[in-house]
Design a protein around this ligand. Structure first.
Ligand code: SF4
Length: 314
């Protein structure tokens, strides 16, 4: 296999990281690059390991998502399962495996393969039992709401109607589009087509956030670029599974303009942190040029705290 190249890319989460803390973007895109190599520097190896770290909220979201997708697949196969079965056979097993890997420190041998929870790593989990119970309760609630409120809306969709989405767990490069010469990672949770209409859903196991609309807006852009979906024929749904609510919306021409301007501004700002403003070379300015977080509260829940600690004077 040829040498992997660190190409310039944009995603909703990359932009969110960059906006909150330039240094965090540096670590997650450049500082970690090559950290899987045996001869990488200790700092690069550490950045790579910290970049791979998960957290209890992310884990909860993945467990909920895996569970509702199992419910949907079983339903489509004509072999429906109830919430308890979905929780026991999917979420519980997943959580147990990840939790154990994290507690045992298995990630020390391979940070990409084994889970490391930020809360375990930095000792911020608090009461383990209470945390596990809270996560289990919320996931079960998500599955119950999915079966009661989402499945009746999407249960008749067939596999043939679904739009293929390459997810990170498939291996290889995840779903992306090229927009104005920039590679953009866009990974919708569930998308399908009914005649000329496109429907895109995103599962949220956590709280309602305004930023979710922007994230879904990006999915509309994905459908437009990839499938020539017209804005009038594109329907977006933020599915708040724990709340049992859905926020449906569509993007009009003005919304697209706002979104595209936001992406262009963000890409331009990121480009300022590259040598010669050259996205093709994608060589970062020295680490010190990537400012630390303006708000120290951002550091409290940041994977890279260990690498910034000395500079932050903590
Ligand atoms: S620890 Fe703070 S300064 Fe360092 S990357 Fe994280 S948020 Fe930024």
């Amino acid at each position: 296999m040829g040498k992997l190249e660190n190409t310039f890319s944009w995603s909703f989460s990359a932009a969110a990281d960059f906006d909150e803390c330039r240094r965090r973007r540096y670590w997650s895109k450049y500082g970690m690059w090559g950290g899987w190599e045996k001869n990488a520097s200790p700092e690069t190896k550490k950045a790579y390991q910290l970049n791979k770290m998960d957290n209890r909220w992310g884990l909860m979201g993945q467990a909920a998502e895996n569970s509702v997708m199992r419910v949907l697949r079983q339903h489509q196969a004509g072999n429906p399962i109830d919430a308890e079965t979905a929780f026991e056979t999917v979420a519980r097993l997943f959580l147990r495996q990840k939790w154990t890997e994290s507690k045992r420190g298995e990630w020390k041998t391979d940070p990409k393969k084994f889970c490391c929870l930020r809360e375990h790593y930095y000792g911020t989990m608090g009461d383990e039992k209470a945390a596990a119970e809270q996560m289990s309760g919320q996931i079960k609630n998500c599955i119950v709401n999915f079966i009661g409120k989402v499945l009746p809306r999407i249960g008749k969709i067939t596999r043939e109607q679904e739009l293929p989405v390459k997810t990170p767990d498939m291996g290889g490069d995840p779903e992306s589009i090229e927009f104005k010469g920039v590679k953009m990672y866009v990974i919708p949770d569930y998308a399908y087509r009914v005649g000329g209409q496109f429907h895109i859903h995103d599962w949220k196991a956590g709280k309602v956030k305004e930023s979710h609309r922007e994230q879904l807006g990006l999915y509309a852009l994905w459908a437009r670029e990839k499938f020539r979906a017209k804005p009038d024929d594109t329907f977006l749904y933020v599915e708040y599974l724990n709340e049992g609510q859905v926020a449906p919306f569509q993007m009009n021409a003005e919304d697209f303009q706002t979104l595209e301007a936001r992406i262009e501004d963000s890409v331009a700002e990121m480009t300022e942190y590259l040598v010669d403003f050259d996205r093709a070379k994608n060589a970062p300015l020295p680490k010190e040029e990537w400012e630390l977080a303006a708000d120290p509260a951002s550091c409290k829940n940041c994977n890279f705290y260990e690498l910034c600690k000395a500079e932050l004077g903590k």
